[in-house]
Design a protein around this ligand. Structure first.
Ligand SMILES: [Mg+2]
Length: 223
């Protein structure tokens, strides 16, 4: 990353960016299936039903109840999912290095406030970022501009063309940040970028590969 004289701002998505939520759900699903003696293929069904976390929890639990006869509360499911998140041991150091180089670091995440903060505490990441904005308490979901401005304000900063957004969702993270005039790094997670959409400034295969790209010298922000 570039070392800078003043303060710059990097905003990170949380699910499937700073934490591997998909892997946590897969671990949870495998344990759930094993505990109940269900066929192993039910793990794949659960992953499809989860919709990468975008299926509303109540709807997911209703589908599970219908298919397996298992009653579970949203709170219980959320707690079990957090317990299955395995922190990436490299991240605290990478975030600290970024902050030592003069960057403020914010998290902007769509989701339930208590759940997203529980993830940050469980992984220890809460101590390595300057600010957190969760859509439930902000009152708007990414790609809404308010999520990005709130993250910046909580760092005592404003959004500029030197603000970077790192995230895995082409719409919520990348298109949203682009609309806000930010620089963007897309975590591809093995996916190809839709050529019909304006591309991100940079692409990283995983979160550790994103850090060296933050602050990379680039031309003017495309308008
Ligand atoms: Mg995400």
């Amino acid at each position: 990353m570039r070392t800078i004289g003043g303060v710059a701002l990097a905003i990170f998505d949380l699910d499937n960016t700073l934490i591997d939520r998909a892997a946590a759900f897969r671990r949870w699903a495998a344990a759930y299936v094993a505990e109940r003696g269900l066929p192993p293929a039910e793990t794949a069904w659960l992953e499809r039903a989860d919709g990468d976390g975008y299926t509303p929890r109540a709807r997911l639990l209703a589908a599970i109840r219908e298919r397996h006869g298992v009653h579970k509360t949203v709170e219980a499911l959320r707690a079990e999912l957090v317990a299955n998140i395995e922190p990436d041991p490299r991240l605290p150091g990478l975030l600290d290095d970024l902050r030592s180089a003069g960057w403020r670091v914010a998290v902007a995440t769509n989701g339930a406030t208590a759940q997203q903060h529980a993830k940050l505490r469980h992984t220890g990441l809460a101590a390595h970022v300057d600010a957190v904005a969760v859509s439930e308490e902000v009152g708007a979901d990414k790609p809404d501009l308010r999520m990005f401005t709130t993250a910046a304000e909580r760092c005592g900063e404003r959004l500029t063309g030197e603000t970077w957004m790192v995230g895995d969702c082409p719409v919520r993270d990348i298109a949203g940040a682009r609309s806000a005039g930010l620089r963007t790094i897309w975590l591809s997670r093995g996916r190809a970028w839709d050529p019909a959409q304006p591309p991100p400034d940079a692409v990283a295969g995983d979160i550790t590969a994103a850090f060296p790209l933050i602050g990379a010298a680039l031309g003017p922000v495309p308008r």
